[in-house]
Ligand binder design. Structure first.
Ligand code: NAD
Ligand code: MLT
Ligand code: K
Ligand code: MN
Length: 353
């Protein structure tokens, strides 16, 4: 029996509403497989934890999370309780940075059964590789003076190691897809970091024969991701550009509620982390209408990561079959609840046991 030990961090808001379904689904996947078992350790880290303890996670939190094979996370943040930069830096970004999760893989494709808001969506199936540990998300800088003289300095950090790692990952990923990598740049306006980014991109591309490349400034790329998503295969982007592009990717699929992501550690020193692209959605939390597809598709990425691609495909096909029958939450035009959508997925999976 293959055992996969997961740290489970539902986090805040709708993270708590979609996570239980993800775990139920993992259990059914284990049954279908016959030789696969998941063991869970639950962590109540998040903004409520902060209100009680004055920190987003326990002092030994990172050590305990490190004991698992992977981390499954919901969403972090509730600005009504804790300022967003404190909650994110104290949990989500802390895990991404300290566990060296240098790569964030976020696919976007025409999802069977879900209408894209594009009036005439061509078939698109793309993946964005987001550098996940540095770039614009840096703690280097500071604030000084008060009042009208106050200044804030935020330094971007681009290391050759992390930049190249993200780019190499994108080229390797693209080799199993449509053999084209697009670099998201802004070397016309960002004077130091982005010309550096472009140089590392051309240096990296020279190592990968048979893969064509293009580069676009982030503004034009963002626009053309909306108007011509079918032109893209693999896009590599810095931390902030990747953050924005992946919300666009989610939006053109139909909802941010369906987009998954994998935060990958490539050196084997720490567990990787799997979470939907969306946040805690305070505006709909507690209503039972959060779309569970993002969290469940995230489980598919976790299964792929652990070498269970066959189970991953079964899960994605099942998800699309449920959507195709219009059993959908309101964000994608349906009137089903979170429980109804996830319940239908589980019912269909159980038929395969
Ligand atoms: N990776 C993460 O954990 C993550 C990601 C984004 C935002 N956040 C945090 O979440 C909080 C809210 O942020 P936000 O409002 O900018 O982004 P959000 O993703 O939480 O919500 C944006 C919009 O999308 C909707 N939405 C999101 N997920 C949905 C789902 N599964 N089903 C249906 N609708 C869904 C919300 O209702 C909202 O209207 C903030 O504290 C932010 O810092 C965390
Ligand atoms: O990376 C972030 O800024 C948090 C969230 O917006 C995300 O995309 O995971
Ligand atoms: K999330
Ligand atoms: Mn984001």
């Amino acid at each position: 029996m293959k055992k996969i030990k997961l740290s489970v961090v539902p986090g805040d808001g709708i993270g708590n509403e979609v996570m239980p379904h993800a775990l139920d689904i993992l259990d059914v996947v284990g049954e279908i497989h016959g030789g696969l078992d998941f063991e869970y350790e639950h962590f109540e880290y998040g903004c409520d934890y902060y209100l009680k303890h004055g920190k987003m996670m326990a002092d030994d939190g990172m050590e305990r999370l490190a004991e698992s094979d992977s981390i499954l996370l919901g969403a972090v943040g509730d600005a009504s309780k804790v300022p967003d930069h404190i909650s994110l830096w104290g949990l989500l970004l802390k895990i991404r940075q300290e566990f060296e999760l240098g790569i964030n893989v976020r696919p976007a494709k025409v999802f069977k059964g879900i209408d894209s808001p594009l009036s005439d969506p061509a078939h698109f199936d793309l993946v964005i590789v987001r550098e996940n540990s540095e770039g614009e998300y840096s703690s280097v800088g500071g604030r000084m003076y008060r009042g009208d003289d106050e200044i804030a300095i935020q330094n971007n950090v681009f290391s050759k190691r992390a930049t190249k790692q993200a780019m190499e990952y994108a080229f390797k990923l693209s080799a199993g897809r449509s053999h084209h990598v697009t670099s998201a740049t802004k070397s016309n306006g960002i004077f130091h970091a982005m010309p550096f980014w472009d140089e590392v991109f051309s240096e990296t591309s020279a190592q990968y024969e048979g893969i064509t490349t293009s580069q676009q400034h982030i503004d034009a790329l963002a626009a053309s991701l909306v108007t011509h998503p079918q032109r893209y295969d693999t896009i590599v982007a810095s931390n902030l550009f990747g953050d924005i592009l992946t919300d666009i990717g989610a939006a053109i699929m139909g909802s941010i509620g369906i987009a998954p992501s994998a935060n990958l550690n490539l050196n084997g020193k720490f567990p990787s982390m799997f979470e939907p692209v969306h946040g805690s959605a305070p505006d709909i939390a507690g209503q039972g209408v959060a779309n569970p597809i993002g969290q469940i598709w995230t489980v598919k990425m976790l299964l792929d990561h652990h070498g269970e691609e066959e189970m991953g495909s079964v899960l994605l096909d099942t998800l699309e079959s449920v959507a195709a029958e219009r059993i959908l939450t309101p964000d994608v035009g349906g009137n089903a609840t979170t429980d109804e959508v996830a319940g239908e997925v589980i019912k269909r999976l159980k038929r395969k046991v």
